[in-house]
Design a protein around this ligand. Sequence first.
Ligand SMILES: NC(=O)c1ccc[n+]([C@@H]2O[C@H](COP(=O)([O-])OP(=O)(O)OC[C@H]3O[C@@H](n4cnc5c(N)ncnc54)[C@H](OP(=O)(O)O)[C@@H]3O)[C@@H](O)[C@H]2O)c1
Length: 264
Amino acid sequence: MDLGLKGQVALVTGGSKGIGKAVARGLAQEGVRVAICARSKASLEEAAQELGKATGAEVFAVAGDLTRPDDVQRIVDATVSRFGRIDVLVNNAGAAPGGEILDLTEEDWQKALQLKFMGYVRCIKAVIPHMQRQGGGRIVNIVGNDGVKPIGIELSPSAANAADLAMTIALAEQYGRQNILVNAINPGPVATERWGQLIGGIARMRKISVDEAQQRAERSIPLGRICTPEEVANVAVFVASPRASFMNGAIITLDGGQRKALLD
Ligand SMILES: NC(=O)c1ccc[n+]([C@@H]2O[C@H](COP(=O)([O-])OP(=O)(O)OC[C@H]3O[C@@H](n4cnc5c(N)ncnc54)[C@H](OP(=O)(O)O)[C@@H]3O)[C@@H](O)[C@H]2O)c1
């Protein structure tokens, strides 16, 4: 199926690793010119080179920290100066400290909301004027199933994700009439560097081994395994494409049917 993305321009945040890199690769394979951003310039440039070489698409690296409003504006400006437009924003760079209510500090909460929620807010605010000028665009928020299946040991990510989902639905309603479609994808566990850190934290909190925590995570998913970054990318690329032309305000669960209660 031709997704109709050829020639479009996308900005993928957190595109140097994990899910973001897989999404950037998927878009580049469809002939999209892709800008990727992350904090570490070296790994970002390495990823851009690798993806450009593998797909033949133009992949542009622009380093910056999405917790800093000035960096976000600079990243969006640099993308528009390079490619002239932004058709697709994939909000993906995010992380929030795990932990229970009695352990999470004020600083943990600030950190959780600063990137996973406010980072998404800032990027959306910076791209909307360009999408309005162009007569439309797509915003795909990679969120996480904690936002609808919250758990006590992942309280701050659950809350930040729920805030992202509320924003997705509200903006879909507000901007749909301007042909700016906003959707969210909620993965469960995905095999990335971040998952390695998350599962270590879960094992410590539950006082079990990392192997046991991993087995519980796999058992909680009827498919018996965790997701791959490419499986998230396949859905994200479709949602970003003209083929998903009637999808707006959708919250797409992509967790293999995970039952969180089985993590206990
Ligand atoms: N992996 C999972 O199990 C899972 C499950 C559900 C949802 N998610 C969500 O999916 C998204 C991607 O997760 P992932 O597992 O692929 O993460 P990852 O492997 O840790 O990659 C995160 C990416 O974001 C960048 N990044 C981190 N902080 C940043 C900042 N302040 N400013 C700019 N870029 C930043 C990182 O590069 P630098 O470090 O160089 O900045 C990297 O490119 C996250 O929003 C996460 O919450 C993941």
